[in-house]
Design a protein around this ligand. Structure first.
Ligand SMILES: [Zn+2]
Ligand SMILES: [Zn+2]
Ligand SMILES: [Zn+2]
Length: 951
């Protein structure tokens, strides 16, 4: 007994402080504290000082709520980029940002006020803004706490805030740049308008949802003589039939648009004559219950150009016009944002004669301008008809819809009406349906040529810059191009209070607008000192330069603009306000990395601001990724009960689990997450952890300075392990370079799970445990293990930021304070292809042997594999091949004895091993008992013990 105990002591058992149980809930905060105490982020900056920069510019999340899985994923993916570029040797600072202005915060504050029975309008604007500022600051602090808890390293103590005085000043200056170039104009134009929030909305602020509208077919009597269309029709009464799903826009109707090249027909049915597109005549007559429609005449739409119809009920002309935007098919979903929401040009339910209200639609506006129509909009801010609208003055437009339908029916103008389901834009905040409404707004023109610099429009400039950008995935380029081709002028004004005021003045003497870059910069300097609140705290004269006079009438009395800038203008300006002002950053950024919804949003507005300021795209690369959805692919909703809270996962399982999940998924598609997925990720995490622990345990007492053996001295299988590691390094680093974190994850997981766990670790275990501590054979395995662990930690560090750091710290004689200060390993550069193919051949034989061993265990021929002797029959070529590895085979198969025979047919036979079990290594040997001094051990152990005793 005592001998057995002593023998046990001679076995090199693994030992490490790297615990098996991760306890991430406690260990992560402790490690974060350690990083903070050591000023890790600053140490990285010092270590990379002078290196080539790599700037990921943070798209600012909205500072009005807790983080959710989508925002957590966003920050973690960016952290992968920043950490991996840092480890590639770049100086890659990360300045997180927050979007602090805008409607969601106003809405929140208004709600809070309402709870106290107060109203926004009873407060001075400056007080309301203070409340908004406080709410944004609170939300921001919460997000900062949660984002940094995820292991995201950055300048959390000094993030950029769109509400800081510096940023507000830069936003104003950015507006000045647009002014300077002559891109800005004030005009009456239809814009998305929320009648609930009473403000204009940007394209990126509307969401399309199913909506039911009344669809109506309405007669507009032809006023001009029909003989002008065709002699046969002279003196005949007839009506042009329009179809619309927005009856409330009919009071604003000023025209009807037809396609010049389409065929139109005058058809007779039930004693009346109607003009509709020929192709739709049949379906029109059927839908409206007119029975058989007889075609009288067919003609091209251009025949109708500039003829006049009478409004369906008002005493007003409706002008017939020609427009190429009229279609007879389904409206294109891709250009959804550009067409009026009734899918104007209609689908099969239309008539090819499009009701045109220049005050209520983009195409309507364009064609109305072309034909000199008024941009007429008899609907007020709250969505009520103005006094001039007969019968319906003061009515809410949506409530008026059915009344208008009834009115049309009674007056005989209605041919048919039904309910119509379609995709309709809704306000992103209040979720109410929005309208298109012409209001006086400030616009950035997409097509005006710049007044200084190159004579090129923003749109052309943007389209040519898009080509120079590298898009991941590469379909992003087409997506962006379409977005830019179709986008209307940018409406940058909002009728709200919480934002950067548009620094424009109006002369009280002559109404002239003072919109001038120099004045804007003067105001911006004041903002820089006092925040943009100065606009509300100071009088106009105290914001203007001293003794400023109107250039037109010499007046000195001015009024301030009351509109603020679109929040997308704020965040779009970050490329100048942040990249251009922080010492450690630079314009343009190397990469913007955001969700696919930002093609319409931040990528777009940033590009405009970058072009206005520097004639250059603010990003060299753009990476986009998919939405976070649940396990079934459905959108996550707090109310739906399928939302996963990142903070809860962090508390329960650790941030590492979310980080590992983020790397495990294909982010080019919708990114799924569920408890089941997370539990699989947790299993994978354990695999990584156990692998690191095995390696660290077996490095106990190994000093890389003195104990490493040279490659030439190493056993071949150890060299094979290093060659496999080389392959992994190459793949992983390229995965990081290409933002393919899933490839990084899969490569590392495969390495850990197959190469190391299922193969290498099993095989070297005997050598590590049994051989004399300092023997070359054992040191060879340890040298490989050390290299593997050191490099694996580095490769894992961007993803498993906590665990890799913990393992790295536990490497013997570690001199680097944190893995995040280290660099990615380089490949050795030797050609190991023969080594790798040879060993693949051995492993394929091993697979067969393991199968046979499993069967032998099943039939009770053997218990453990060390009780086995393997008798291999292989062909001649393989026999010669295996001869070179004969000494290794018993270790590779983890058995006590191996015989190789040449034969025709490959065969594996398992027998019980010869001899007796060695008490020390549990291998079987016929020589146990031969050694007088150690009667219970084998020849290997006897030699090892002799060596140990000499020591
Ligand atoms: Zn709204
Ligand atoms: Zn004036
Ligand atoms: Zn032994």
């Amino acid at each position: 007994m005592s001998e057995t105990l002593e023998l046990k002591k001679t076995v090199n058992l693994p030992k490490t402080d790297f615990a098996q149980k991760a306890n991430l809930g406690q260990s992560e905060p402790a490690r974060l504290q350690k990083w903070t105490d050591a000023k890790l982020y600053d140490l990285i900056r010092v270590a990379r000082k002078g290196a080539e920069k790599f700037i990921l510019h943070d798209g600012p999340p909205y500072a009005n709520s807790d983080i959710h899985l989508g925002t957590a994923l966003n920050k973690i993916l960016k952290d992968f980029v920043v950490k991996s570029r840092t480890m590639m040797g770049f100086d890659s600072p990360y300045v997180p940002g927050y979007d602090c202005h805008g409607l969601p915060i106003e809405t929140y504050v208004e709600k809070k006020l309402a709870e106290k029975g107060k109203n926004k309008n009873d407060l001075p604007v400056s007080t309301f803004r203070r409340l908004c500022r406080e709410h944004a600051a609170n939300a921001m602090n919460g997000q900062t706490r949660d984002f940094s808890r995820l292991g995201v390293l950055g300048e959390w103590a000094n993030p950029y805030l769109t509400m800081s005085n510096e940023f507000e000043a830069e936003t104003a200056r950015s507006f000045g740049k647009f002014l300077e170039r002559g891109y800005v104009y004030k005009g009456l134009r239809p814009v998305y308008w929320c009648i609930h929030d009473q403000t204009a909305l940007a394209e990126a602020e509307v969401e399309y949802k199913e909506h039911t509208s009344p669809s109506v077919y309405v007669k507009f009597p032809l006023k001009s003589d029909a003989g002008l269309i065709d002699e046969k029709l002279r003196n005949k009464n007839m009506s042009v039939v329009i179809w619309t799903t927005t009856p409330w826009t009919l009071p604003a109707n000023l025209g009807i648009t037809v396609h010049p090249d389409f065929d139109y027909s005058a058809v007779e049915a039930k004693g009346e004559v109607y003009i509709v597109a020929s192709e739709l005549a049949k379906s029109f007559a059927e839908t409206c219950g007119l029975g058989e429609a007889k075609e009288l005449v067919r003609f091209k739409g251009k025949q109708l150009d500039k003829l006049e119809a009478k409004h369906a009920w008002l005493d007003r002309v409706s002008l017939l016009m020609n427009g190429d935007h009229v279609t007879l098919g389904e409206a294109d979903a891709e250009v959804e944002l550009d067409v009026r929401f009734e899918n104007k040009a209609a689908n099969k339910s239309g008539t090819g004669c499009v009701h045109t209200a220049p005050g209520h639609g983009h195409d309507d506006f364009v064609i109305g301008k072309q034909y000199g129509l008024e941009i007429y909009c008899p609907v007020d801010n709250a969505g009520k008809f103005t006094a001039e609208v007969e019968h319906f003055a003061g009515e809410n437009i949506f409530k008026a819809n059915p009344k208008i339908v009834d009115f049309l029916r009674e007056s005989g103008a209605l041919l048919y009406s039904e309910n119509y389901n379609h995709r309709y834009p809704h306000c992103w905040r209040c979720k109410n349906p929005v309208i298109f409404r012409a209001t006086p707004q400030w616009f950035v023109s997409m097509d005006k040529e710049a007044q200084n610099g190159e004579k090129i429009s923003l749109r052309e400039n943007a389209l040519s810059e898009v080509e120079k950008v590298k898009w991941h995935p590469n379909w992003g380029e087409g997506r962006m191009r379409n977005m830019l081709k179709n986008r209307p002028d940018w409406c940058v004004s909002r009728q709200r209070s919480w934002g950067v005021p548009i620094p424009v003045f109006y002369c009280n003497g002559c109404d002239e607008a003072v919109a001038d870059a120099e004045i804007v910069n003067h105001v911006a300097d004041i903002f820089q000192q006092e925040t943009a609140d100065a606009w509300y705290n100071r009088e106009a004269k105290d914001l203007l330069p001293e003794n400023f006079k109107c250039s037109k009438c010499d007046g000195a009395d001015f009024t301030k603009e009351t509109d603020i800038l679109d929040v997308w203008f704020d965040s779009g300006s970050s490329c100048v306000a942040v990249l251009g002002t922080r010492d450690n950053l630079q314009f343009p950024a190397d990469v913007y990395f955001e969700g696919g919804d930002q093609f319409r949003g931040w990528f777009n507005s940033s590009l405009m601001c970058g072009l206005a300021a520097h004639d250059q795209s603010p990003y060299k690369q753009v990476v986009t990724y998919g939405w976070v959805v649940d396990g079934e692919g459905k959108q996550m909703h707090k109310s739906g009960g399928n939302a996963i809270s990142p903070n809860e996962v962090v508390k329960k399982s650790g941030a590492e689990i979310i980080r590992l999940w983020a790397s495990a998924m294909d982010i080019t598609e919708d990114v799924r997450c569920s408890d089941e997925i997370l539990s699989r990720v947790t299993d994978a995490y354990r695999k990584f952890r156990n692998t690191l622990r095995y390696a660290l345990g077996n490095l106990d007492g190994f000093n890389p300075e003195t104990d490493k053996v040279s490659v030439a001295e190493m056993l071949e299988i150890d060299r094979w392990a290093l060659a496999s590691l080389d392959e992994v390094i190459e793949k992983v680093v390229s995965g990081y370079e290409n933002y393919n974190f899933q490839m990084v994850n899969q490569t590392l997981y495969n390495f850990v799970n197959v190469t190391l766990s299922a193969r290498y670790f099993d095989i070297i275990k005997d050598r590590l445990y049994i051989f004399p501590t300092k023997s070359v054979a054992r040191r060879s395995a340890q040298t490989a293990l050390y290299e593997i662990t050191d490099k694996l930690c580095r490769l894992l560090a961007p993803i498993l930021a906590f665990t890799a750091d913990e393992a790295f710290e536990n490497l013997p004689n570690q001199t680097i304070a944190s893995v995040h200060l280290a660099e990615f390993p380089k490949v050795s550069g030797t050609d190991d292809s023969k080594l790798l193919t040879d060993w693949e051949r051995i492993f394929s034989i091993r697979d067969e042997v393991l199968k046979a061993l499993e069967e032998a265990r099943g039939t009770k021929i053997i218990g453990s594999s060390l009780e086995a002797k393997v008798i291999l029959t292989v062909d001649k070529d393989t026999t010669y091949f295996l001869l070179n590895y004969f000494e290794d085979l018993r270790y590779v198969f983890i058995v006590s004895q191996v015989e190789v025979h040449e034969g025709d047919k490959f065969n594996v036979e398992i027998q019980k091993a010869d001899g007796v079990k060695c008490e020390r290594c549990w291998n079987y040997s016929v020589r146990v008992g031969e050694f007088e001094k150690y009667p219970t051990v084998c020849e290997r152990c006897s030699a090892a013990l002799a060596e140990i005793e000499v020591k």
